[in-house]
Design a protein around this ligand. Structure first.
Ligand code: NAD
Ligand code: UGA
Length: 458
């Protein structure tokens, strides 16, 4: 079969894999190839055990793989054949040198640009899919267009807004698709080529076109605003615990105001995930580098509150369990940073587990999809630590249960059975506010939720 266009994606991760699978599905006349330097990851994409868990992903890949979706380690051939190259490599926080701990580490990004430069033999559109500091496209264009092969590269920003756990639904029915380009004739032509891809399934009024800098900055800003809502509601949750106000009632009341809106107001143990913290730190770094100190401090406080909320959760556990948890078995229900993913990057569960272990608790980690990642995250920990996928075995003989991920399965457990198997008094800490606290209290648990008065039998 001859294809109308060849699309390449460099980076077969949480974004590259699902995004390209969706494009392949919706654009059957385009050939979509996803490449990665990690050959084990590519092998997994080509197997029946995909490298990431995402509801709906297996079915999507089954339908397209081998037809117009291909996973490969052939980066060089991929670059040569492609008309459009999406770059979806990781852009973590820099851990060394200038800007360490805040700035984005662009080494993977720049390596990709140089690979494209070396292997390209004709004009290409290069699409920034990774989340990048504002004005990265400028650097990218400088690197690419200094070639002596008479090849023209046009860099377009098309940031991704999918959330893990709902990636397939988000890709199929996005709130918006953002496409930013230079406003030159070549830039506008490249922009149109990207618009044409999404127009296969996204209503035209949801495809937003703008200048390339606005697209880059909008991505960082969207994540900063989302994270800020969580820190805002979490800050009020602490006040609720002191005043007998209930955070669920407060969130419902303020969320009814159409100007505020009801979403992203769930108080909890803190936000995790690979991006919120990294992207805010990146924003902070950019503000600092433009001398905008007050703005940098404002956004930094969103992260400070999040870290404080994680520590506060552990402090509540310690204080309520008579100020000692040494030798006590504590079961952590959930280790993923949110439900419906096996991803544990920046999960609050990591902080909670480590803090409990520092107090010499005997920690059992349970999660339906994230135990492999959890083992990796805690592999340096010498203390009493075990992993158990079955929640009933994990909680058997425990002094306390801490619910850290909002998996549906944890709502549906038989808590009477769990209570019977636990040490008494039994403590339950609901770090996601998803359980029926009154019912659990009536069963006999001492219940501590976020932003609610504790329900104690003593
Ligand atoms: P990831 O770590 O899961 O995947 C990145 C992949 O890029 C890895 O498999 C890595 O091996 C590969 N890679 C790195 N350098 C390479 C190179 N030179 N050549 C080929 N492959 C290379 O990361 P991710 O979660 O998919 O995130 C990618 C980008 O998308 C980041 O900038 C992130 O901020 C952004 N983003 C992520 C999400 C999300 O939900 N995870 C959502 C929106 C945006
Ligand atoms: C987030 C954004 O929602 C996506 O739009 C963005 O594309 C992505 O980051 C990214 O750039 O990586 P994600 O981190 O996958 O997506 O998941 P979210 O649903 O945003 O949840 C993030 C964290 O916040 C989770 O730990 C979640 O449990 C927590 N959260 C979320 C709350 O504590 N309360 C809420 O009300 C909502």
């Amino acid at each position: 079969m001859t294809f109308e266009k060849q699309i390449l994606c460099i980076g077969a991760g949480y974004v590259g894999g699902p995004t390209m699978a969706m494009i392949a599905m919706k654009c059957p006349r385009y050939k979509v190839t996803v490449v990665d330097i990690n050959s084990a990851r590519i092998a997994a994409w080509n197997s029946n055990a995909l490298p990431i868990y995402e509801p709906g992903l297996d079915a999507l890949v089954q339908k397209t793989r081998g037809t117009n979706l291909f996973f490969s380690t052939g980066i060089e051939q991929g670059i040569q054949a492609a008309d459009i190259i999406f770059v979806s490599v990781n852009t973590p926080t820099k851990t060394f040198g200038h800007g360490a701990g805040k700035a984005a580490d662009l080494q993977f990004w720049e390596k990709t640009a140089r690979q494209i430069l070396v292997h390209a033999t004709n004009n290409k559109i290069v699409v920034e899919k990774s989340t990048l500091p504002v004005r990265t496209a400028e650097a990218m264009e400088r690197i690419l267009n200094q070639n002596t092969k008479n090849i023209h590269f046009e860099v377009v920003s098309n940031p991704e807004f999918l959330a893990e756990g709902t990636a397939i639904a988000d890709l199929e029915n996005p709130d918006r698709v953002l496409i930013g380009s230079q406003e030159t004739p070549d830039g506008l032509k490249a922009r149109k080529a990207i618009v044409d891809i999404y127009a296969h399934w996204v209503p035209r009024d949801r495809i937003i076109e703008c200048n390339v800098w606005s697209a880059e900055l909008s991505k960082l800003t969207a994540n900063a605003f989302l994270a800020q809502r969580i820190s805002s509601i979490n800050s009020i949750s602490a006040l609720c615990e002191r005043t007998e106000a209930d955070i669920t009632e407060v969130a419902a009341a303020i969320g009814k105001d159409a100007r505020i809106g009801a979403k992203f107001l769930r108080a909890g143990v803190g936000f995790g995930g690979s991006c919120f913290k990294k992207d805010i730190l990146n924003l902070v770094y950019i503000c600092q580098s433009y001398g905008l100190t007050e703005i940098a401090e404002y956004w930094e406080s969103v992260i400070r509150i999040n870290e404080w909320q994680e520590r506060r959760f552990v402090r509540t556990m310690l204080e309520s369990m008579f100020n000692t948890i040494a030798g006590k078995k504590i079961a952590l229900l959930g280790f993923a940073f949110k439900a419906d993913t096996g991803d544990t990057r920046e999960s609050p569960a990591i902080v909670v587990a480590r803090s409990l272990l520092e107090e010499h608790a005997d920690v059992v980690v349970s999660d339906p999809k994230a135990l492999d990642n959890a083992r990796e995250d805690l592999k340096d920990v010498p203390q009493a630590l075990s992993f158990e996928v079955d929640p009933y075995r994990a909680t058997d003989g425990a002094h306390a249960v801490a619910l850290l991920t909002d998996w549906q399965l944890y709502r549906d457990l038989d808590y009477e059975r769990i209570l019977q198997s636990m040490e008494q008094p039994a403590f339950l800490f609901d770090g996601r506010n998803i359980l029926d606290h009154k019912k659990l209290f009536d069963l006999g648990f001492n219940v501590f939720a976020i932003g609610k008065a504790p329900l104690k039998h003593f």
